[in-house]
Design a protein around this ligand. Sequence first.
Ligand code: UD1
Length: 374
Amino acid sequence: MMANIKYPLIDIIAGARPNFMKIAPIIRAMQVWQQSGGGMRYRLVHTGQHYDARMSNDFFVQLGIPEPDANLGVGSGSQAEQTSAIMVRYEKLLLDQCSDLCLVVGDVTSTMACSIVAQKMGVKVAHVEGGLRSGDWSMPEEINRMVTDAITNYFFTTSEAANQNLRRSGIPDERIFFVGNTMIDTLLANMDRLRPPVFRDELGLETGQYFVVTLHRPANVDETSQLQAMLMAIGNGCRDLPVIFPVHPRTAKTMREMDGLPDNIKLVEPQPYLEFNYLVKHAKAVITDSGGITEETTVMAVPCLTLRDTTERPETVVIGTNELIGTDPTGLKPALDRLFAGEWKQGDIPEKWDGKAGERIVTVMEQLFDQFNV
Ligand code: UD1
């Protein structure tokens, strides 16, 4: 899409899988806004941090996200390699055509890298999902959140906990907009479209009679011994029920060196959005080290066991169905025993997780351009 000189141009940045479901409702709301005569324009920038069909393109197709206007094509690399490649290429894009606002989402490397470049080029930054904190500096995502939020002008937040974190760090209320959760917008918009993966019948998956597992954090998957111990505890703790494990590319590398797994663990490719959330919706429970999935399970009222010691999303524990089990594999069995005994909490849905965050963000951006001449 070409920028219209008269109208403000917003860069919408997406780089890795968990970004795609967060940008989809914002782009949809922008399109509705434009169709009704609104003047803001956007440029969708894909950094290329995730590039496989299964990690990227499948999500664009299923969620109806348009082709990116720019693809920076950075690909794999260490944290520093990815960060620097994104920065150099995004700077070039801004030099070719500058934008008026850089909208970043979530906490991935692309989020941080683009926000630094934009702010140094005099482009204001808005952060969707700003203010989340796990307090765990060993997670690259926590560094990304802290750096991004330190140079963000406008915060679009998902929770009161995030608002409080921002206030505590001295951000005035005028820069904090509690809009709700765009990831949940996407989930609610697609709930009726969820569909079973091809292997459902082959594996005999019945509602409430199988588990879903996802693992990709360095603390769980980079050491063969830790990953093996975790998968043994999962396989045994889930008794005889099938455990569907879509294997993240990072995890696949470590799995090649492993000796064998409990028979009930079924390895599958990373799943597209509609199939993955179908699996989650009908599962007995999810076992994960992801952050976003703890929000989706909360909304679908599916029990979630998180294999981390901290969370940046405390409402999924306090209000929702999530529980922090930790990274010690011995913590799993007692939790699974409680689940099998029917003693898991019911949970509720956090405030403003109602499917309207994307619309609220577009409304606020319009006001920002009007009031503050962003
Ligand atoms: C990244 C995000 C994390 C997010 C996760 C979801 C950061 C710091 N982390 O972690 O917040 O939850 O994505 O997936 O940004 N790879 C492929 N195909 C792809 C993409 C990656 O094979 O399409 C490989 C890479 O070559 C690399 C590994 O997967 O070896 C990890 O990818 P990377 O982008 O470094 O980070 P993630 O661990 O996926």
